[in-house]
Each structure stands twice: as C-alpha cells, then as structure tokens.
Design a binder for this molecule. Structure first.
Ligand SMILES: [Zn+2]
Ligand SMILES: [Zn+2]
Length: 169
C-alpha cells in the first residue's frame, strides 16, 4: 500500500489502495483484500493522511462457536513532516520525511489499525444465546432460545436436601 509522493502537488489527493490480508501479514481469520481509502493533504512542509480501512474476517463466536463473517472497519490519521536533519521522535501517527523520500508505505499502519479494530469479544450477533449448558446444542436455533432437552437429574446434594424437606413435612 504505497503512495508515490515524489511529484505530488499541494492540495488534496485521494487514493484507493488494496492488498490481500495475507500480504499484509494478517492472521488466517482475515480473508480477501484489505481496502484503504486514503486522503492526503499536502502542504509545503507536511502531508496529512486520513485513511478509512475495510477488512473482512471469519471469526469463531466466543459463545456458540459458530463461524461468522465480520467487517472490520477502522480509521486512522497520520502526519508526515519534512524536517531536514531532524532528530525528532517518530511515533505511530507522526513520521519524519527526508527530502529524498518518494514513497509513503501505509501497509504497517493499515495492519495495526485493523487489528486494533477487532472486538475483544467475538460474537456472531450481539444477543447470541450460546450453547445449551446441558446438551451443548446451539440455542440460537431453538425457539425462544430455550432448549428442549430434558433437564438433568438433580445433583445428589440437592436430592438429599429435597429428601430432608419431604421428611420434615
Ligand atoms: Zn454465537
Ligand atoms: Zn439442551
């Protein structure tokens, strides 16, 4: 995901960049191409970059273990500044350009922001009902999310308690 800046005029420029998830070094969960829509604003001393990124992934639901497709969208901004002989510190969103820099490569940023956009909890849907704690079947397929399997026999401790209760009456 490289942008040639060698003959870039001042002003706003837009780019549509695409690279396969595999080439970006994303995990196997990601499929197809990652697409970045980048807007570059060039002035005499710097380039401001704003990028919208869209990636596709197939995850396994944390609750029901079903696989589901997910669109991972992220947005990031970065500044590229020309500073001759500068000793300034670079950071994730601040890059220093030397006078002979011709190419800006945003692959690393695209990868990092895509990974940051992956939710901590992976759910096939927000209200995923998960699996039946008794028989392990997927509750999303059950009417009202309630399983029809028979309840297990009561735990022996509770059984003993029930007997005591009955004896008391
Ligand atoms: Zn689920
Ligand atoms: Zn069940």
């Amino acid at each position: 995901m490289k942008i040639n800046i060698s003959n870039l005029s001042e002003g706003v420029h837009e780019y549509e960049l695409s690279r396969s998830a595999e080439e970006l070094g994303l995990s196997e969960d990601f499929t197809g191409n990652v697409v970045a829509h980048a807007v570059l604003e060039k002035t005499t001393r710097q380039i401001l970059l704003r990028a919208k990124v869209r990636a596709q992934a197939v995850f396994q639901c944390d609750r029901c273990a079903n696989e589901f497709r997910s669109d991972i969208r992220s947005v990031f901004e970065a500044a590229y500044v020309w500073e001759a002989g500068s000793s300034g510190e670079e950071s994730d969103d601040f890059h220093i350009l030397s006078p002979d820099t011709n190419i800006i490569d945003i692959s690393k940023d695209v990868k990092e922001y895509t990974l940051l956009a992956v939710p901590l909890k992976l759910l096939c849907k927000e209200n995923c009902a998960g699996l039946c704690p008794r028989c392990g079947r997927n509750l999303n397929a059950m009417p009202n999310g309630i399983c029809t399997c028979p309840p297990k026999e009561m735990d022996s401790r509770w059984g003993a308690l029930e007997k005591l209760k009955k004896a008391a009456h």
